[in-house]
Design a binder for this molecule. Structure first.
Ligand SMILES: Nc1ncnc2c1ncn2[C@@H]1O[C@H](COP(=O)(O)OP(=O)(O)OP(=O)(O)O)[C@@H](O)[C@H]1O
Length: 767
């Protein structure tokens, strides 16, 4: 302690009151009395902030940290570690032990403890369970509770102070403490590399630095093991489900950079990790266990759902009659592929419907719903059911906006997959094989965005007798998370699928759709202006002005600018998302005396700003990609919680954000193409310049342009666009779902009444 006080800045103080406390993150802002300090600070109190498990009133603490000047709240002390002040005099120690903190210990007992155990009483009690049994007259219960309180209060601090020596901040210390509790220090001393395995976000480099300070050899088995796990964790960020052993070994070799290590030594280590199931090796590929089991589990559940036969079969003549009636009501005539899709889906336990924009996926979904409802004599009106749990149709999509679009196009309730499965953000999913979904027909839209983890969670919860329709466009970007589930499923050719190729919207003269199909089919690209499309030539420096001009013109014409969305591939650059957002904010929502604003690390939010949610926040019902508007800003003195608040209105709800949540949102005048997946906008502006080169790919640009419903403006360099769409993504994701499914389904007869019984009949065969 003395050593810490000499080498670090500290403030000793006791709590006046807590201003803010986040239980989940254990983050607090508090006002304290300054009792003693070695910092150049002479005020009587100060606001401190940091990650504390709990600060008790009446207890004094040493806070180690640095001063920070907050633009509005003034001087604050940012705490990097802290420790309860335990008086080192006999009287002080007696006063501490007899304080309210320790239930059942009065002055007399406290005196006895100090007399018996000496001035080191606290550490003796902490280190030795039996220490208090030496003290006469102390009740067993009181002794137990005293030790427990000490551990609770001191355990974390002890760990945090220790980890601070290795430059590990309080936030990471909290995570480590929550996982290992009081064993944290012993475990880090035994093997600092274990944190790479157990603690999310604990990097290999940090473990390596700690190990180096401890003098652990660079060829130590634990180091090689952690290097392997870390390499696989990083590959997940590129979408891989596994790495081939040889590739993994060479990446680990580069990471460890120790001349004494050979590829054989690393391979041996991988084999040993496979032995204790820390990693899984199969067919020359190495997996993180969570991915191996997700892929395997998904395959197993998919097979279970797929191979359970359908009970009710509909003769072709009857189905044709039903479809004919639907055509009359909908005033259209299904194309051959569309008819096949409806017929096949009705007769398949599980079917995939794929196709580009405007090929009628939504039209077919509606046809399938209507046909299924008629065949099974079910009402499609939720009001006809006593409660939603009985409604037999489940419609779901990976994002809030995609679910909303599904609702709009079908007039039926749709939820995000996370909500459907009862994900609460903390303890996981409510729905699983023991608590499955209820219903008869499940439609999952925008399936290209579903990663292997979510696919497994979803399929676990599908009961055997539920019929399933998967819908998605295989040419869109793959999921952000690992895997390429949709394209792997299509590749197996063991699962019934229908690919819609005939474009209907083009018949209405859509250049956007034409362009999408030119990209999809790798045809010559035609960028001639048309009714719903324009190309504006400009360079990177002119980009901001060009986009602002388009917006200003739209505003002048009385157009609702909320319908216009700029999409760009990258954040940094002259024409990147960050810069475009700043410039567009200034033009579209300029500063005025009436409009409140709050400063953030990267800029500011102003009342009226368009913003996007960046992570799933199920407790508030907002999800990654939801777009909203700042409708109010409250100062801390204006609400009972005494904290600044930002209120954001989404389509159907308002969500309150406090300062610590601001990192979960950003301006959304321009958003990334990745974030736009699953959403559609009336008008899209798409800047494309050479600077984006690294990012430009066929499926990225295809995803971007297919987001626009009415009008598309591409601005930038034609050559960059043409080259971009010519870049077919060769960075193949390593996944084994395709092979895995082929094996699982190899000797399975897929019960597909459509193919087996009716010999592929369609109305066209009768024409
Ligand atoms: N058989 C048909 N006859 C006439 N019009 C059709 C037919 N099928 C689809 N359409 C029309 O084509 C347009 C596109 O269809 P739909 O929205 O179903 O396609 P989609 O594949 O879902 O497109 P996107 O993915 O772009 O939303 C709609 O206006 C729809 O009414």
């Amino acid at each position: 302690m003395e050593e810490d006080k000499q080498s670090k800045g500290y403030i000793r103080g006791d709590l006046i009151h807590t201003i803010f406390h986040n239980e989940a993150e254990q983050f607090s802002i508090a006002k304290i009395n300054v009792l003693e300090t070695n910092e150049a600070y002479s005020e009587k109190d100060i606001v401190i902030k940091g990650y504390f498990s709990s600060l008790q009133e009446g207890t004094s603490y040493y806070f180690f940290g640095i001063f920070e000047k907050h633009p509005r709240f003034g001087m604050q002390y940012k705490v990097t570690s802290y420790k309860t002040f335990i008086p080192d005099t006999k009287d002080g120690l007696i006063a501490y032990l007899s304080s309210d903190l320790f239930y059942g210990i009065g002055t007399k007992t406290a005196e006895k403890i100090v007399n018996q155990l000496g001035e080191n009483a606290i550490s003796k009690i902490m280190d030795d369970e039996e220490a208090l049994s030496e003290v006469n007259g102390i009740k067993k219960e009181s002794a137990k509770s005293l030790r427990k309180t000490l551990q609770e209060n001191q355990g974390f601090e002890h760990v945090a102070v220790y980890l601070a020596n290795y430059n590990i901040g309080l936030k990471m210390a909290q995570k480590i403490y929550q996982y290992y509790k009081d064993e944290a220090i012993a475990l880090i001393e035994e093997d600092p590399y274990r944190f790479v395995f157990d603690i999310e976000g604990f990097g290999f480099r940090t473990a390596d630095e700690i190990a180096a300070q401890m003098g652990i050899s660079t060829t130590h088995a634990n180091r090689i093991g952690a290097g392997c796990v870390y390499t696989l964790q990083r590959s997940v960020q590129d979408g891989h489900v596994y790495l081939p052993v040889s590739e993994c070994v060479s990446l680990v070799d580069q990471l460890l950079a120790s001349p004494e290590l050979t590829e054989t030594i690393i391979t041996d280590r991988l084999v040993a990790l496979n032995g204790d199931k820390s990693l899984i090796i199969q067919d020359g590929n190495v997996y993180l266990p969570s991915l191996y089991y997700a892929e395997d589990g998904f395959g197993t559940h998919l097979k279970r759902v797929l191979t359970k036969p359908i009970e009710q079969r509909t003769p072709m003549a009857e189905l044709m009659k039903i479809i004919g009636e639907i055509e009359e009501t909908e005033i259209l005539s299904y194309g051959k592929e569309q008819f096949t899709a409806i017929n096949q889906s009705i007769h398949s336990k599980l079917m995939i419907l794929t196709g580009g924009p405007g090929t009628g996926k939504t039209t077919v979904i509606k046809g399938i719903l209507n046909a299924f409802a008629t065949i099974h004599q079910l009402s499609l009106d939720p009001k006809d059911y006593d409660n939603m749990d009985e409604f037999p149709f489940i419609l779901t999509a990976p994002t809030g906006r995609a679910a909303k679009r599904l609702t709009e196009s079908t007039n039926l309730p749709a939820k995000t997959i996370h909500r459907l499965l009862g994900w609460d953000g903390i303890s996981g999913f409510d729905k699983n094989e023991d608590e499955p979904l209820t219903g008869k027909f499940l439609i999952v839209d925008e399936f290209s965005m579903v990663d292997i983890w979510l696919a497994n969670q979803l399929f676990k919860a599908i009961p055997d007798d539920m019929q399933v329709l998967i819908v998605g466009d295989e040419d869109q970007l793959p999921s952000v998370g690992p895997g390429q589930v949709l394209s792997d499923l299509l590749k197996t050719e063991r699962i019934p699928f229908v690919r819609l190729t005939e474009v209907y919207r083009q018949k209405e003269g859509s250049k956007i759709i034409q362009l999408a199909h030119q990209i999809k089919n790798e045809e010559v690209i035609d960028l001639q202006n048309d009714q719903d499309f324009s190309f504006i030539s400009c360079n990177e420096q002119q980009m901001v002005d060009v986009i602002i001009k388009i917006f200003t013109r739209a505003v002048d014409k009385g157009f609702d600018v909320r319908k216009v969305q700029v999409l760009a591939p990258m954040y940094r650059s002259q024409a990147g998302i960050t810069k475009l957002n700043q410039e567009l904010q200034a033009i579209l929502n300029p500063k005025t005396d009436q409009k409140r604003e709050v400063k953030t690390q990267d800029g500011l939010f102003r009342k009226g700003d368009k913003v996007i949610q960046l992570i799933n926040q199920p407790e508030d019902g907002v999800y990654n990609g939801d777009i909203g508007e700042v409708v109010a800003i409250f100062r801390e003195e204006e609400n009972i919680d005494q904290v600044e608040q930002l209120v954001i209105a989404y389509d159907d709800k308002e969500v309150v954000y406090e300062r610590k949540d601001y990192r979960n949102i950003m301006l959304a005048y321009c958003i990334s193409i990745h974030k736009s997946q699953g959403s559609e906008f009336p008008i899209v502006i798409l800047p494309v310049v050479r600077t984006y080169r690294r990012m430009l790919r066929k499926n990225l640009l295809y995803t971007a342009i297919t987001r626009s419903k009415q009008s598309l403006v591409i601005c930038g360099e034609e050559q960059a666009f043409i080259q971009g769409v010519g870049m077919i993504d060769t960075n193949r994701r390593y996944t084994s779902l395709n092979k895995n499914l082929k094996m699982k389904l190899d000797d399975q007869v897929i019960d597909n009444a459509y193919e087996s019984e009716e010999d592929n009949l369609s109305p066209y065969d009768f024409m």
